[in-house]
Design a protein around this ligand. Structure first.
Ligand code: IMP
Length: 435
């Protein structure tokens, strides 16, 4: 068992392939814990050719004996949770005794989804491109101090009835076209609570006890740094702290519990939804990346926007999260390209920017400053040793490391667990050597 608790989180705009990295590292940990987001996430894992897509439950659930934790910082849609539990059960994977849901997590109510869709419609051309899962409205209620927590659902029935009545009445004032009756919402919630009850508890206490007993924890990020509500491309972000800061607040663990931070970055860049993507490509190369990389949303099926690797973004993520290393994914997707590019800055009216700006207007009309490199035009798929990569691919990775300011400890060369390089001289190898 590893002794170091580590965080694995997205260094770009999500969909970096965190599911595979978390899944691969899980055997070293006693518990895997989600600290933010909800079922807007979609973590795809392939195990011996079988595809698993997890949205809410940490991908660690695929490993027997590992505890899987949903922290207070997560917003939980009970129906989505049950769907996932049932799908896992159909594959012979039981969650009882291993799944723990924080009593302080807020629940997504059925009308949060309606409010999400309405809010997007009202924004018109400035829409965010959300996953329409009700995530934003659930967090709005949490911050507005109107939210309903899992422990409220399991607590005093009269108090819960009152809260649901007030919340549904507020919903009815916003969506006037239809009137929702509070009672079925309340009854459903009570039934959902009973099904969740065996999994619910004090997650912070559980994690502290696990650590005290010598078990290590992996903190699993969802979405990514550039989608973080504070540090991302606001307002085109998700409604939670996906970057490292979310771990302490979203699980009730102190900063010193985080022993290492592994950022996951694709060998190129993608994004779903609206908002800036400075290295975005259109036309043939974008289509090739999308097709070869199967760049379609795991939650919504939307085609992802594709672009070259952006070192400004990853350097920024390295700073915000204190990345110790990068897990570079989908290198094999670039195999057939004659030339690859790395963005090192943005050419704007105000000069060349090398740090990611807060004011997105600075990015409008910005042109990426690129370094061109020859491609390797030979397969990297399935390679498990860095020295066995084509020389140009090795050069590309070394250059990414220089301009991003952080080393690539793990390199993924295919979707299966086995198709991975873990560099022996890296910090990641050091974390597990202590096992
Ligand atoms: P929301 O989280 O559904 O409110 O969506 C806000 C933004 O985050 C949109 O641009 C979504 O496409 C994006 N987003 C949310 N979850 C994910 C994810 O798991 N991967 C990539 N993008 C996501």
């Amino acid at each position: 068992m590893a002794k170091t608790n580590i965080a694995v989180l997205g260094a770009q705009w999500g969909d970096e392939g965190k599911g595979k990295i978390v899944d691969m590292l899980t055997p070293h940990f006693a518990a895997v814990a989600r600290y933010q987001g909800g079922h807007n996430a979609g973590h795809t894992v392939y195990v011996q050719g079988t595809k698993f897509v997890l949205h809410l439950i940490p991908s660690g659930i695929l490993h027997p004996g590992v505890a899987c934790v949903i922290g207070n910082g997560v917003v939980v849609d009970p129906q989505a949770l049950f769907k996932e539990v049932d799908e896992l059960a159909a594959m012979g994977i039981g969650v009882d005794g291993r799944l723990r849901v924080s009593e302080k997590a807020h629940v997504i109510l059925p009308y949060h989804r309606e409010l999400d869709v309405l809010s997007e419609a009202r924004r018109g051309e400035r829409k965010i491109g959300t996953t329409s899962r009700g995530i934003g409205p659930a967090y709005e209620d949490k911050i507005g101090r109107r939210g309903i927590r899992v422990c409220d659902v399991l607590g005093d029935r009269a108090a819960l009835a009152e809260e649901v009545r007030e919340n549904v009445s507020a919903r009815n004032q916003i969506i006037r076209e239809t009137t929702l009756d509070w009672q079925p919402v309340f009854e459903r919630l009570v039934a959902d609570g009973e099904r969740m009850r065996p999994w619910v508890g004090d997650v912070s206490l559980f994690l502290h006890q696990t650590m005290a007993a010598g078990g290590a924890i992996m903190f699993e990020g969802a979405q990514a740094t550039l989608l973080d509500i504070d540090h991302g491309t606001y307002p085109f972000v998700t409604s939670s702290n996906a970057s490292v800061g979310g771990i302490c607040t979203g699980l009730g663990v102190p900063p010193r519990a985080i022993g290492g931070v592994l950022g996951v970055a694709k060998a190129y860049t993608t994004r779903v939804g609206e908002g800036p993507l400075p290295t975005e490509l259109f036309g043939e190369i974008a289509d090739r990346l999308r097709d070869t990389g199967q760049e379609y949303g795991a939650s919504t099926g939307r085609p992802r926007r594709c672009g070259w690797y952006d070192a400004v973004v990853v350097r920024y993520s390295a700073r915000i999260n204190g990345l110790d290393a990068i897990a570079l994914t989908k290198l094999d997707v670039l195999d057939d390209l004659a030339e690859v590019m790395i963005c090192t800055g943005y050419r704007t009216d105000a000069g060349i920017l090398t740090e990611f700006p807060a004011d997105l207007r600075l990015l409008a009309g910005a042109e990426p400053v690129y370094e061109r490199m020859p491609g390797w035009s030979s397969p990297t798929k399935g390679v498990t040793r860095f020295e066995e990569l084509p020389a140009q691919a090795q050069r590309y990775i070394r250059r990414l490391e220089e301009v991003s300011g952080v080393g690539c400890a793990v390199i993924s060369t295919g979707s299966d667990r086995a198709e991975t390089i873990v560099r022996g001289d890296s910090i990641v190898a050091g974390w597990f050597a202590k096992s």
